[in-house]
Design a protein around this ligand. Structure first.
Ligand code: ATP
Ligand code: MG
Length: 560
């Protein structure tokens, strides 16, 4: 089986470890988690983590495997309910089900606090009242060990008192922190008495004003995992250096289980940025219309653009899992979408740059319902009727006044087929004063529906069309790369300067077949010969205002 086959059985290093752990009886099954912080919308990088963690639960379902959805909501300053709701929606849309296993780290605040008290009692943590500046100065660097502050050797009793005072709100932000007592000389900076708790007088979306001290990620995360009996805690490579601290917390706190942290390379994509902080900036500064702007690499953005969960899952499978950071090609993501939509998207006809075509030997009131197949790749998708009338709209660039030999579309002396209908032969055309084409006149060749033209007439191509009488006007949004460079966030002063000024082109007055005017928002189809499009889930109004987003072209126009 090829490595692009979703059913490929070759195991990645994480699945190897887990399979081995289960075979050796270390665990009965795997319990994983997806732990987003609700401080932004999910992006495609998160999709990689979701497909991995929830994918493992599906693969090991026979032994009772599960994947938890856990909101890592330990920093109230940037978190909100809006983000919680969007994250749930996105995970569910990607096709995954957390069942009963929905958790909030903020529900464990009391337990984190008890663990901190435990560490203080064991002489393994102390309250440090140094200023932030003093703390920074005492850290040392790679070559110099850190220096102890006067608070390192304070008695357990005094530390307990101060920690209670922190909880009671007797300190302001920056006046006190709780630090682990580990090793100020460690070559791993994360072990130089890292901060476990800090004071923050902030309102929390879940716990309200109950707390004014909040745990740091490195302290809270292992405790969350252990409380939930997570067997394998999968995270990105940036946390490799934090693993000794993760293990230290597990070893020294009264926890009910010992999860194992395993790191993998994060997803990076060409021509975009995958960082909530940067995406938030794009939204806040108005460079895009919102988190779900179809140019955004957010799950809600690509969904609005017309991506399917199958395409995203397939893409995540194709990029695989490694320990090496790299940047995946956006074209690979687009290819995954094309592969999926080629199979499932019905074909429809739409003309983006319309010019009038008159069938001069067809009656003014003559009409014919033509049967057109919906998806030649899948006959079972059936067919539909489109109405032929004397006047049609065709694509402006399907006609050339003076065509070169290789141009098989319309021009003087040429015959083409109307998709699903007759072969038609050029008769005449009209230009306006500026020389711009205004009308093409053709004759139908009777008897050519579903049949070849008479001997001696070459008809090499079929063009798409819509009836001028029945077509609806539509707005079409053509999206392009959001950034002009492959790596907009690497070594540049500001990634905003790399935005592509032509990432959105709005086409007004496109002509679409009637079925497209009445489809529901979110409807996905192929505009024949143009690309895949999706009815916009915000602005498209069935029967009133058709608005379509280009999801992806038919061919990769970037890589030739
Ligand atoms: P960002 O850097 O965009 O702010 P984050 O890591 O801070 O992302 P979290 O909400 O903490 O966002 O992430 C939830 C989970 O998603 C984590 O387990 C994290 O490792 C994973 N994740 C985040 N970004 C990526 C990525 N680009 N590729 C793979 N996994 C990712
Ligand atoms: Mg984070």
């Amino acid at each position: 089986m090829s490595d692009t086959d979703p059913k490929s059985k070759r195991l990645d290093f994480i699945r190897e470890i887990i399979t081995e752990d289960l075979a050796q009886g270390k665990h009965e099954t795997s319990i994983t988690r997806f732990p987003p912080e609700p401080n932004g919308y999910l992006h495609l990088g998160h999709a990689k983590s979701i497909c991995l963690n929830f994918g493992l639960a599906e693969e090991n379902a026979a032994s009772g495997a599960k994947c938890h959805l856990r909101f890592d909501d330990t920093n109230p300053a940037k978190e909100s309910e809006e983000y919680v709701a969007s994250i749930k929606e996105d995970v569910a849309w990607l096709g995954f089900d957390w069942g009963e296993d929905l958790y909030f780290a903020s529900d464990y605040f009391e337990f984190f606090y008890e663990c901190a008290v435990h560490l203080i009692k064991e002489g393994l943590a102390y309250v440090d009242l140094s200023t932030l500046e003093e703390l920074r100065g005492a850290r040392g660097d790679v070559n110099t060990p850190g220096t102890p502050t006067p608070f390192r050797e304070v008695s357990v009793e005094e530390n307990l008192e101060r920690f209670v005072a922190m909880r009671e709100g007797k300190f302001q932000a920056g006046e006190a922190v709780l630090r682990a007592k580990i090793d100020l000389a460690s070559s791993n900076m994360n072990l130089r008495d890292p901060v476990l708790y800090r004071v923050m007088h902030e309102h929390h979306h879940n716990t309200g004003d109950k707390w004014c001290l909040y745990p740091m990620y490195d302290f809270a995360h292992p405790l969350e995992d252990a409380l939930e009996h997570i067997t394998h805690s999968l995270c990105t490579l940036e946390f490799e250096n934090h693993r000794p601290l993760y293990d230290w917390v597990i070893e020294n706190c009264p926890v009910p289980s010992a999860p194992r942290q395993i790191e993998f390379a994060r997803l990076n994509l060409t021509y975009t940025v995958l960082s909530k902080r940067k995406l938030l900036r794009l939204v806040e500064e108005g460079h895009v219309s919102g988190w779900d702007d179809p140019r955004m690499p957010t799950i809600s953005g690509v969904r609005r653009r017309g991506y399917t969960k199958e395409a995203i899952q397939h893409f995540c499978h194709r990029i695989g899992l490694t320990k090496m950071n790299s940047r995946s090609d956006f074209a690979l993501l687009e290819d995954s979408l094309r592969q999926n939509l080629n199979d499932v998207a019905p074909r429809r006809m739409a003309v983006l740059d319309p010019v009038k075509l008159v069938l001069v030997n067809y009656g003014e009131d003559q009409e014919e319902a033509l049967e057109v197949v919906n998806n030649p790749a899948h006959q079972e998708e059936g067919s539909r009727e489109v109405t032929l009338t004397r006047e049609l709209w065709i694509e402006r660039d399907d006609f050339m006044e003076d065509p070169p030999k290789k141009f098989f579309r319309l021009g003087p002396g040429r015959t083409v087929r109307l998709r699903g209908g007759y072969c038609i032969t050029y008769v005449d055309h009209k230009n306006d004063e500026s020389g711009k084409l205004t009308e093409v006149h053709c004759e139908i060749i009777p008897g050519t529906i579903g049949a070849s033209p008479p001997e001696g007439i070459k008809c090499r191509t079929a063009i798409h069309w819509v009836s001028a009488k029945y077509a609806a006007d539509a707005e079409i949004r053509l999206y392009d790369r959001l950034f002009v460079r492959q790596n907009p966030d690497k070594g540049k002063p500001d990634f905003i300067a790399e935005l592509n000024p032509e990432s959105l082109e709005v086409v007004e007055g496109a002509k679409v077949e009637p079925a497209l005017a009445t489809c529901e928002p979110g409807y996905i189809c192929q505009f024949e010969r143009i690309g895949y499009f999706c009815a916009d889930n915000r602005d498209h109004v069935a029967g009133e205002k058709p608005v379509f987003n280009r999801s992806v072209g038919l061919r990769d126009s970037w890589n030739g």
